[in-house]
Design a protein. Structure first.
Length: 820
């Protein structure tokens, strides 16, 4: 059922907004069936207020749109809401009297008497329209649709919600007494049901709407009207939910019923909290069910609800379903502040990917650890402590486990320490007395570590390559003549062996695109290891862009400062009459495979391009590359030397700007600022396995021109639809042509880029897909540890080295066994 809710809500500020009646419940002091009593007492009432308060207690950001009279009862209601911590800034005040319902305490269900004045006087205004756009879920009941002007307001609100990816939930608590007799109210309620996403009728509601029938008939009648999800609550019998294809039946969890008032509102509140938390629909419904059971134990419409985790614990929800998942990343560079992202070739997209998925999984209630290597090195002081965490994220630890020397080691030199690292990890968990349920592994080094851990513990693992060695060998032009030299630098023997063992023994391989599965894993080098004929072995899970950070519309506190900074940089680097031109932006870490030099060459060789745009290169930690970059590490120096040579040769001074951008927040602000100059993001990498950078830039409103080699070929082009322009990174003319094409069709590509990210790339969906795959694996767990691991990784004696002759054979496609 999960397809029915696409949670692309990162830019929205309100979780739940309820629209409807707040009123006085005037309830008799004595039990009576016929209002034959003298003393009544006033209570704060109205189901929307219950939901606003409950959802607030459950930790959501909720608000209420309503209307009270300009009278003493109105003041009373406003005061009550304030005391309960409800945001009342959108409660309107009417000259009509505050609405009231007269009720009697009774064993049966006597018909209440409604005195309606202010409740339906809700008028739509610009503020409300803006709130709806920024809301994830809106909720209303039949009260506001039963009379004008609130009826028209709701109709418009539904339209705005639909246009802005806001989920519309409706409580179809139809009651004829609320409607004018001459109005075809039943038909109207059915019309509204047709337009909304979710409804939760009770059996009584169904009877009033459809007449006598069975539960199945009611459910089908509701489904046939067209909402995406119907949850029918059946009192003591629990509930049944359906999207027309799948059915969920749950028994009630209530063991004690003190008072049923507000139980439905409690259900809605728990259900919404689950949806907002990113739970799958079934889990969200279970949370709703437990929340209403909790409420039923107490008297009163609203009770102080505990936190979701407490409800989960009390009702033993998903007792054995929340998992302990660990992420193996031996490269060792996670810390709470993302201190060095892109400052070293090992500190790139993999960190972003793992952090985002781990955080999203933890928010869904799983216990998550990111395992990384402990580094005690004065150059990277942030990687020294054993434990770390991301502020505001519960259930997630960064755990640093030592292996080999204390100091930093680049990834090519880690291979021989991985067995020791795994032993230390196993010891760590044994001491804690709690082994993980599942291991996700990242890059070849994480992969082989996962395989060793699997061999020693039987805990299944997944492999996510991020970047495969064979493609790197291709693009570096490795052949028999230079293999030995390349081996010295890149240690391909170990990497390829590790990747083969990881992909063959993992329970599943996560790939970011089908292109990665069909064209990267099928490289001859992986023959016999990547089991392409077994569809269970691969799962395409698209990564995401953090649209909280990378948004075209929503800036952050750094926007102003960055805009001013860019202006100054342009004044410093660019000719006076060029400072307003569009920019062609390169924003990758300085790694030869990102091919900055290819882009600079394309710019240098094309006069038209130079007339129309400037070239902008962001560099981490290098303030003014034109003046000095002697302090950078040698691999970066080589690339900057290459860039400077071309600038010199083609006299590009005044047309190129280079400055330092030091965080994702700054990068996003920089993209937004440059988008206002009609600028373009460009990545001319020789090969890009997936490429987070292009989707982040697109999400900020920069159209993208990107390498056609690797994942971008699928990200930017699918089913005949273009979302950016693909170019050949080895062909200067093609690069220039691609950029000019986008400059000429700027608004088309800009719109396509933003839309593409919105509809396909979100981290919540990525994490949900990981969880789903892991759950399936754990359900069908089997231990098939008859694996071979090359002794090099297990025992470091010299005889165990992996020979170049093996690499030659495997790279050129000869038959070899998987792990030796
Ligand atoms: O100044 C900057 C520039 C970039 N970034 C971030 O660095 C990441 C770069 O990621 P990506 O574009 O994916 O490239 P790689 O670093 O090469 O990441 C590897 O791992 C990724 C995740 O699997 C894959 O998408 C890539 O193709 C793969 O090469 C992005 O999130 C950027 O926001 C910064 O934080 N600051
Ligand atoms: O260039 P390579 O060795 O293929 O690897 C890509 C690198 O980028 C990263 O994403 C950087 O975080 C790591 O996965 C890996 O170190």
């Amino acid at each position: 059922m999960d397809h029915i809710i696409f949670r692309n809500w990162e830019e929205k500020t309100y979780d739940v907004v309820v629209i409807g009646e707040i009123l006085i419940d005037m309830i008799s002091e004595e039990y009576t069936e016929d209002f034959n009593c003298d003393i009544y007492k006033k209570y704060f009432g109205g189901s929307p207020a219950n939901i606003a308060m409950n959802t607030k207690n459950l930790g959501l950001n909720s608000s209420i749109i309503s209307c009270v009279g300009n009278d003493g009862l109105g003041v009373f209601l406003l005061e009550q809401m304030k005391q309960r911590g409800i945001d009342i800034s959108n409660v309107q005040i009417s000259e009509n009297p505050t609405s009231m319902v007269l009720l009697t305490k009774s064993q049966g269900s006597p018909i209440p008497i409604f005195y309606r004045g202010a409740d339906y006087q809700i008028h739509l205004n610009e503020t409300i329209e803006e709130i709806i756009k920024k809301t994830k879920i809106i909720h209303f009941s039949t009260w506001p649709i039963s009379k004008e002007p609130s009826r028209s307001a709701i109709e418009k609100i539904i339209e705005i919600a639909k246009a802005n990816n806001t989920l519309v939930a409706f409580d179809p608590n139809y009651h004829p007494a609320l409607w004018e007799k001459e109005y075809d109210s039943i038909q109207y309620v059915k019309e509204i049901i047709k337009k909304v996403d979710i409804i939760k009728p009770s059996e009584d509601d169904a009877r009033r709407l459809f007449g006598e029938g069975t539960i199945e008939e009611y459910l089908n009648k509701y489904i046939n009207l067209g909402p995406k999800l119907v949850v029918m609550t059946l009192g003591k019998e629990g509930l049944i939910a359906s999207d027309g294809k799948e059915y969920i039946r749950l028994s009630t969890m209530a063991d004690r019923v003190a008072d049923a008032t507000g139980a439905g509102d409690a259900f809605y509140s728990g259900f919404y909290a689950g949806i907002i938390k990113g739970f799958q629909i079934k889990k969200a419904i279970e949370l709703g069910n437990a929340t209403s059971a909790y409420k039923l134990k107490y008297t009163g419409a609203v009770v102080d609800l505990p936190k979701i985790e407490e409800i989960q614990r009390l009702y033993n929800l998903w007792g054995d379903k929340t998992m302990h998942v660990i992420f193996l990343n031996p490269q060792g560079n996670f810390d709470k502040k993302d201190s060095y992202w892109t400052e070293h070739p090992d500190f790139g997209g993999q960190l972003v990917y793992v952090k985002e998925i781990a955080c999203a999984m933890a928010k869904q209630g799983h216990r998550v650890d990111i395992l990384t290597r402990q580094i005690i090195d004065e150059d990277w002081p942030e990687f020294a402590d054993e434990f770390d965490q991301y502020d505001g994220v519960e259930n997630l630890r960064i755990i640093r486990i030592p292996a080999g020397q204390k100091e930093f080691l680049q990834k090519e030199l880690l291979w021989e320490y991985l067995s020791e690292w795994v032993d230390n990890i196993i010891n760590f968990y044994q001491e804690e007395g709690d082994m993980p349920d599942f291991v996700t592994t990242h890059y070849g080094d994480g992969g082989i570590a996962g395989a060793i851990m699997y061999q020693r513990t039987g805990i299944p693992f997944s492999f996510t390559a991020h970047s495969l060695g064979a493609q790197k060998m291709d693009k570096l032009g490795v052949d028999i003549t230079n293999m030995e030299e390349m081996e010295k630098k890149y240690h391909f023997t170990k990497r390829i062996m590790a990747e083969r063992i990881a992909m063959a023994n993992s329970a599943i391989n996560f790939v970011s695109t089908s292109q990665e599965r069909d064209e990267q894993y099928t490289h001859l080098t992986y023959k016999g290891a990547g089991d392409m004929d077994n569809p269970q072995k691969f799962r395409v899970v698209a990564p995401g862009a953090n649209t909280e950070v990378f948004s075209a519309t929503k800036g952050n506190k750094e926007d102003k400062v960055v805009a001013q900074f860019i202006k100054e940089m342009f004044q410093r680097d660019l000719d006076k009459d060029r400072q307003e031109l569009p920019a062609i932006i390169a924003a990758s870490r300085l790694d030869p495979k990102k091919n900055h030099v290819g882009l600079v060459k394309a710019f240098a060789k094309n006069k038209e391009l130079q007339q129309k745009a400037n070239l902008v290169i962001t560099l981490r930690g290098i303030e003014n590359a034109f003046e000095d970059y002697s302090f950078v590490k040698s691999h970066e120096k080589e690339i900057l030397d290459g860039i400077m040579e071309i600038i010199d040769e083609y006299q590009l001074y005044g047309k190129v700007s280079m400055f330092s951008i030091n965080s994702q927040g700054q990068l996003a602000a920089c993209y937004r600022q440059l988008a206002s100059y009609n600028s373009i993001f460009c990545l001319t990498a020789v090969h890009e396995p997936f490429g987070l950078a292009p989707i982040e830039a697109m999400s900020c409103g920069l159209p993208a021109v990107v390498t056609k080699y690797g994942g971008p070929s699928e990200v930017l082009y699918e089913d005949g639809e273009e979302y950016g322009v693909l170019i050949d990174p080895f062909n200067s003319q093609d690069i220039a042509k691609g950029i000019l094409k986008v400059l000429e069709n700027y608004s088309f590509y800009k719109k396509q880029g933003i839309q593409r990210v919105k509809s396909k790339y979100t981290w919540d969906a990525t994490a949900a897909n990981y969880v789903k795959a892991i759950e399936e694996i754990l359900e069908n767990k089997k231990d098939d540890r008859n694996m071979e691991i090359h002794p090099y990784f297990l025992d470091l004696s010299n005889e165990n080295t992996i020979g170049l002759d093996w690499l030659e054979k495997v790279y050129l496609g000869g038959e070899v066994n998987v792990g030796v």
